[in-house]
Design a protein around this ligand. Structure first.
Ligand SMILES: [Zn+2]
Length: 419
C-alpha cells in the first residue's frame, strides 16, 4: 500500500502543477518514495495556525518555543497571504491551495445570490457546506483516501464539505483556551493506531483578538500552548516523528480612530449597498447611479476603488460571483467605513490593529515555521505564497491532492533529501 500511495502522491503532484503524470518534476529528478513509505501510515502532520501572527513575531523575544522549533527546523523569512488578507479566505487557502477567487470564501463577510449572507460569527452560515463546496479541503481528501483527520476550530471544519466532516471536530468556542485546544489534539493522538488521525489542524485565534485589546501578551500565551504541544509529543515519543507546520493567516498593522475613510463623504450613501467594511470594503451601486460609481472609482486620499474586473492582476481576485461589484482598498493603517457602520459600533472600542490590506504589504506578512523528520534543520527559506502550503502538506501526507494554485517546487528547498 505504501508504494502505491507514494506514486499516487507523485501523480497528484504532477496534476497540481500542470505537468503530465509521470513527467519528472523540475528539480526532483529522482522521484524515490520517501523513507517513511515503509510504514503503513505516514507520520502524522499537525498544521497549526496562529491568527494574525506576523512574520516578525518570532523576533520579538517572547516566543521561545517557536524560536526553538525554527532553530531545529525551518522558518520562512515570511509567507505571503492571499488577497484579501483576511482570516477565513486565507484559512481556506491554506487547506485547499486555491486563491479565494477559486475556493469561494472570498471574504469574512460576503453575500451569495442563492445563499444570502455569510459572517464569521453566524454559526448556521459557517456550518452550511454550500458556502464551502467550491473547493475540497485537505481533510476531506485524507478521509476519502482511507485515513483519519481531526480539527480544532479550523474555519470550515464544522461544515460537511463535499458531504464529509473531519472524523474529529468541534464547534467553534472562543472560550476554549489554547492549552485546552492542545490537550484535545493530544487526546486524539492517543487513539488506537487504526483510528489515529494522520492529519490534524489546530487553530489559535487569540492574537488577532487579544492584541487589539490587551497588547502583545497573547503571543506568550500561544507560545506556552505550543510548549505544551511539544512536551506532549515528547512524552509520547512522537516529537521527532511528527511533521509540525505552524502558520499564520496574515499579519497585522496598527490602526487608529482618526484613520477612517467614510464612504458617505464621497458618494450618496443611499445609492450604496455595502457588503463589507474595513481595510477592504466591498459594495455595489444602485442601478442607474453611474454618477455614484464614477465618484467612487479611482484613487482617493488613503483609499483606491476598482470595479471587480479591473483589480490589479496580482491580487488574483474578482472573478468569483461572490466578490462585490466594487472593491475599495484602504492604505495600510486606514479603514473604509460608512456612517451607519460607525453608528452601529459607536459603543465598541476601536480596534488597535487590523488586516485585509494589500497582500504584498510588509505588515501583512505571515509567520511560517516547520519542524519534523521531513524538514531541514536550521534552514531559513525566502518568502513564498501561502498557496504552496497545500501541496507541501499533500507531499508530507503522501496522498493524492486536488488540483490547486500552489507550486510544491517553491517549498522543496525546506525539505530533507528524499522528501
Ligand atoms: Zn485572522
Amino acid at each position: 500500500m505504501g508504494l502505491a500511495v507514494a506514486w499516487l502522491a507523485l501523480a497528484g503532484l504532477g496534476a497540481c502543477i500542470d505537468i503530465p503524470n509521470g513527467t519528472p518534476l523540475p528539480g526532483s529528478t529522482a522521484p524515490a518514495p520517501p523513507a517513511y513509505v515503509a510504514d503503513t501510515v505516514p507520520p502524522p502532520v499537525i498544521l497549526v495556525s496562529i491568527d494574525g501572527a506576523r512574520a516578525d513575531l518570532i523576533d520579538r523575544g517572547q516566543t521561545s518555543t517557536l524560536a526553538a522549533l525554527a532553530a531545529d527546523g525551518v522558518r520562512a523569512v515570511s509567507m505571503r497571504p492571499s488577497f484579501p488578507s483576511l482570516t477565513f479566505p486565507n484559512h481556506y487557502t491554506l487547506v485547499t491551495g486555491l486563491t479565494p477567487d477559486h475556493h469561494g470564501i472570498v471574504n469574512n463577510t460576503m453575500e451569495d445570490a442563492e445563499l444570502g449572507s455569510f459572517t464569521m460569527g453566524d454559526q448556521a452560515a459557517v456550518s452550511d457546506a454550500r458556502w464551502w463546496n467550491q473547493a475540497t479541503p485537505l481533510w476531506v481528501s485524507v478521509q476519502e483516501q482511507g485515513r483519519h483527520s481531526a480539527t480544532v476550530f479550523w474555519p470550515g471544519s464544522q461544515a460537511p464539505i463535499q458531504g464529509i466532516r473531519p472524523d474529529h471536530w468541534l464547534p467553534f468556542d472562543a472560550k476554549v483556551t489554547p492549552d485546552q485546544r492542545v490537550d484535545t489534539l493530544l487526546g486524539w493522538l492517543d487513539l488506537p493506531g487504526d483510528q489515529r488521525p494522520t492529519f490534524f489542524a489546530l487553530y489559535f485565534d487569540q492574537p488577532d483578538h487579544i492584541e487589539r485589546e490587551e497588547g502583545p501578551t497573547a503571543a506568550v500565551q500561544i507560545d506556552k500552548a505550543l510548549a505544551r504541544l511539544v512536551d506532549g509529543l515528547k512524552r509520547r515519543d512522537l516529537f521527532d516523528k511528527v511533521n509540525l507546520v505552524i502558520v499564520a493567516d496574515h499579519g497585522m498593522t496598527a490602526t487608529a480612530p482618526d484613520r477612517q475613510v467614510v464612504l458617505d463623504d464621497l458618494a450618496d450613501a443611499a445609492a450604496l449597498h455595502v457588503v463589507a467594511t474595513g481595510p477592504l470594503a466591498g459594495l455595489s451601486v444602485a442601478p442607474g447611479r453611474s454618477d455614484v460609481e464614477a465618484r467612487l472609482l479611482g484613487r482617493h486620499d488613503h483609499m483606491e476603488c476598482w470595479r471587480k474586473s479591473d483589480l490589479p492582476a496580482r491580487f488574483r481576485y474578482g472573478a468569483n460571483a461572490r466578490v462585490p461589484a466594487i472593491l475599495c482598498l484602504a492604505d495600510d493603517g486606514w479603514v473604509v467605513t460608512t456612517r451607519a457602520n460607525l453608528e452601529k459600533h459607536k459603543d465598541k472600542p476601536a480596534p488597535l490593529g487590523d488586516h485585509g490590506y494589500d497582500n504584498a504589504s510588509p505588515a501583512m506578512r505571515a509567520l511560517f515555521v516547520a519542524h519534523g523528520p521531513a524538514f531541514r534543520h536550521g534552514a531559513v527559506v525566502p518568502e513564498f505564497p501561502n498557496l504552496d502550503v497545500y501541496p507541501l502538506l499533500v507531499r508530507l501526507l503522501s496522498i493524492e491532492g486536488e488540483r490547486n494554485d500552489g507550486h510544491v517546487e517553491d517549498v522543496l528547498p525546506m525539505l530533507q533529501p528524499g522528501y
